[in-house]
Every structure is written in structure tokens, then in C-alpha cells.
Design a binder for this molecule. Structure first.
Ligand code: NAD
Length: 389
């Protein structure tokens, strides 16, 4: 539990992709937001002594451990940040909660329903003692997404009819991509469904303020064998999905349709959600981070149907931050609001649009918006690439 020292001691397990991103966030969050406690990067944990020591030095952690059980027991750790593959989420999170530590666990929460239920029960027991638990659904904190939720909760869209979501990536298109943990069920639990689909499902339920009550789904593994990691030769079976598509019904009656894929050529971070109600629609796409397209059906015939872009300004509250402007995620640096463009496209057409390989120009300021690169400028693969995650 947080003591009276005004410090929240962080202990993080895993220090690769999300570990680096979370380290950056823990280092900087207190310099941007006014927080009740100052995060202190107390200790990180990895299994390789030399590598974790080097990571601690590079990422700014005061100490390191090679066994997560010792990390959880440390007196200077108040919150355990779980940045490991899904196969260890349940064990680490439950142990931390039982030790009275707050938990931030990366998505997908667990690799099975039984594990998820055990984690939820442990979180409920711990909550009675004031311990908090949360999952790393960072897209909820995008200001445009927060605004969409406010509009929907205020009834601006009326009763909801459709919730549509997709996370389209091409990360596993290359059949020679090695059989990394993300492609193995014993570690990842599932493929595109848990990796990308988890965000879509969370956003859909968060925006709708409702739960999906039933689904009918298809999954497919297109590349069934891949090279074993390490370059020593040989191939192994892929036992997770490359793609998942499903329809569902929300408890309140809205219909849902969802897609998650790692094999959609031309896409990197193709995350989008659209909510259609009896009175209007909203559309948010990750590629247009700070824009929310709002369509309102009410009005005169001549103007009805016009789309309007909404760009959250400095007063747009991000839930949980006392009404201050938020940023994309706990893992990103605060960014200024991008300029918005008026859009006369229908929300549906907007959602279907494909990213231009060269980017597009803002109609107001003529500045070029960049298209999401498949490779970072220095030639490294993008952060979403399974090889670097
Ligand atoms: N919220 C997001 O947008 C987002 C994005 C990417 C990944 N993730 C999630 O974050 C989690 C980690 O993914 P990643 O991309 O950082 O993976 P990664 O492969 O880059 O890093 C995993 C880390 O866990 C460590 N690890 C594995 N088992 C361990 C154990 N038993 N004890 C200690 N360390 C252990 C590895 O050594 C490595 O440092 C996954 O659940 C993933 O789905 C979330």
C-alpha cells in the first residue's frame, strides 16, 4: 500500500517493448500531470541478470531483480506493472494483489477465462483494502475517445444501433517472420484476437457504456508454420489466429461487428471504432489521433448529414485526470492537438478510407500529415511489429 511518504514505488516485470514504453511514462507522468503521489521507479525484473541490470541503467530504474516473486515482496514497491506475455499475467498479478500491491497489468488480461475470473476475484478482494487494479487499455485516454464517450453518455447519439470496430495490421504478413511468443498459444493465449482485438473490444464496450452479451466468431491462421526463432533452421506450427472476425449483440440491443488481423496488407495500426445511434454517429481512427468525426441526424434537410470534425481542445477532460487534457496513453508524450478538417464525408465512408502511402494535407493549414510508416525513420521496424514487441 502507498505509504505516507508521498511516493508511489513502481515495480515493473518485463523491460522490452512495453517495459520501455511504461518506463518512459512513469518517468515523465508526474512532470505533466499533477498527481497525488510521485512515481518512483523502484525496481524492474527480468530473467537475465546482465540484461536486466543494463535495462535498469538505461531506463532509469533504481534497482533490479531476476525473480518477479522477490520484486513483489519488496517494501519499496507499491504498484506492480506487469509487462510480460499473457502466460504470466495471472500468476504475477494475483501474487501482487495478495501482497497488497496495486497492479497495472498489460492486455490481454489473461490467456483463459478461468485465469481472468481468478484475477478479477483477487482484484475484488484487494479492493476491499483500498488496492487498485487496472488493465493497460491505453486508448481510452485519447482525448477524442474521451469526448466520444461523453457525447454518447449524454445521449447525443440516442439509442445505439451499431458498434463497429477494427484493428487492422500487417505485422505477420511475411511468412518468414519467426515463431516468436506472439505466435505461440502457450505464451500469448491467442493471436490477433487477444493482441489487437482486445483493444477493439474494450473500446467498443467503453464507448457504448454497455457489455457485449453474445458473439459469433470466425478465426483463421493463414500461415500455419514459421521458422523457429534463433536462425538455427527448422519450422514450427503456429497455433494462434492470424485474424479474427466476429459479430455480437450488446446487452442494450446494439449490434456489434469487429475485426482484428495481423495480415491486412497496407495496414500497420489500423485501429478504428464507429458508433451509430438513432440520432447520430461518431467515428474515431488512430491515424487521425486527435480528431473525432461527429454526425448528427437532426437539423434542416439541407445541412442534415454534414459531417463535422471535432478536435478536443485544452478543456476536454480525460477521465481520471481531474478535467485536464489527456494524451493518447500512459506510454506517450503529451502532444499538441492536431488541426482538424471539416469533413463532408459520411462516417461510414470515412471509416473505410485507406491510409495514403504518402500522407495527406490538412485542408486548413496545408501541413502534411504523415502516413504511418511501416518502418521507423532509422530503418527499424515499427513498434507494432511483432519482431520488436
Ligand atoms: N497496451 C498496448 O498498446 C500494448 C502494446 C504492445 C504490447 N502490449 C502487451 O504488453 C505485454 C508485453 O508485451 P511486449 O510487447 O512488451 O513484449 P516483449 O516481448 O517486448 O517483452 C516481454 C518482456 O517480458 C519478459 N518476461 C517474459 N516472461 C517473464 C518472466 N517470467 N519474468 C520476468 N520477465 C519475463 C521478457 O524478458 C521481456 O522483457 C503483452 O501482454 C502485450 O500484449 C500492450
Amino acid at each position: 500500500m502507498v505509504g505516507d511518504r508521498g511516493v508511489l514505488g513502481i515495480g515493473m516485470v518485463g523491460y522490452a517493448f512495453m517495459g520501455r514504453a511504461h518506463s518512459q511514462a512513469w518517468r515523465s507522468v508526474g512532470r505533466f500531470f499533477e498527481l497525488p503521489w510521485t512515481p518512483r521507479l523502484a525496481a524492474i525484473c527480468g530473467r537475465d541478470r546482465a540484461a536486466v541490470a543494463a535495462a535498469a541503467e538505461r531506463l532509469g530504474w533504481a534497482a533490479w531483480e531476476t525473480n518477479w516473486k522477490r520484486l513483489v515482496e519488496r517494501d519499496d514497491v507499491d504498484l506492480v506493472d506487469v509487462c510480460t506475455p499473457g502466460s504470466s499475467h495471472a500468476e504475477i498479478s494475483i501474487a501482487a494483489l495478495e501482497a497488497g500491491k496495486h497492479v497495472l497489468c498489460e492486455k490481454p488480461l489473461a490467456n483463459s477465462v478461468a485465469e481472468a475470473r481468478a484475477m478479477a476475484a483477487a482484484a475484488e478482494r484487494a479492493a476491499a483494502g483500498g488496492v487498485r487494479a487496472m488493465v493497460g487499455f491505453n486508448f481510452r485516454r485519447v482525448p477524442a475517445v474521451a469526448l466520444a464517450r461523453q457525447l454518447i453518455a449524454a445521449g447525443r447519439l440516442g439509442p445505439l444501433r451499431h458498434v463497429r470496430g477494427a484493428y487492422l495490421g500487417g505485422h505477420a504478413l511475411d511468412p518468414e517472420l519467426p515463431l516468436i511468443w506472439r505466435l505461440q498459444a502457450d505464451q500469448a493465449g491467442s493471436g490477433a484476437l487477444g493482441d489487437l482485438g482486445a483493444h477493439v473490444i474494450d473500446l467498443a464496450q467503453y464507448l457504448a457504456g454497455d457489455r457485449i452479451a453474445g458473439v459469433s466468431a470466425l478465426t483463421e491462421t493463414f500461415v500455419r508454420e514459421r521458422p523457429l526463432p534463433g536462425g538455427g533452421g527448422g519450422r514450427g506450427p503456429v497455433d494462434v489466429d492470424d485474424a479474427a472476425a466476429f459479430i455480437g449483440r450488446f446487452a442494450g440491443g446494439a449490434l456489434g461487428s469487429f475485426e482484428a488481423t495481423r495480415v491486412a496488407a497496407g495496414h500497420t495500426e489500423g485501429l478504428s471504432v464507429e458508433v451509430n445511434g438513432a440520432l447520430g454517429s461518431v467515428v474515431w481512427e488512430l491515424g487521425a489521433f486527435n480528431e473525432l468525426r461527429l454526425f448528427e441526424a437532426a437539423g434542416e434537410e439541407a445541412t442534415q448529414g454534414s459531417g463535422r470534425s471535432r478536435s478536443p481542445g485544452p478543456t476536454t477532460p480525460t477521465p481520471g485526470h481531474g478535467g485536464r487534457t489527456g494524451t493518447a496513453s500512459a506510454t506517450s508524450t503529451p502532444s499538441p492537438t492536431r488541426c482538424a478538417t471539416s469533413s463532408r464525408r459520411s462516417p461510414t465512408a470515412a471509416t473505410r478510407s485507406r491510409p495514403s502511402p504518402t500522407g495527406s494535407r490538412c485542408r486548413r493549414c496545408s501541413k502534411r500529415r504523415s502516413a504511418a510508416p511501416r518502418r521507423a525513420p532509422d530503418g527499424r521496424r515499427s513498434a507494432r511489429d511483432p519482431e520488436v514487441r
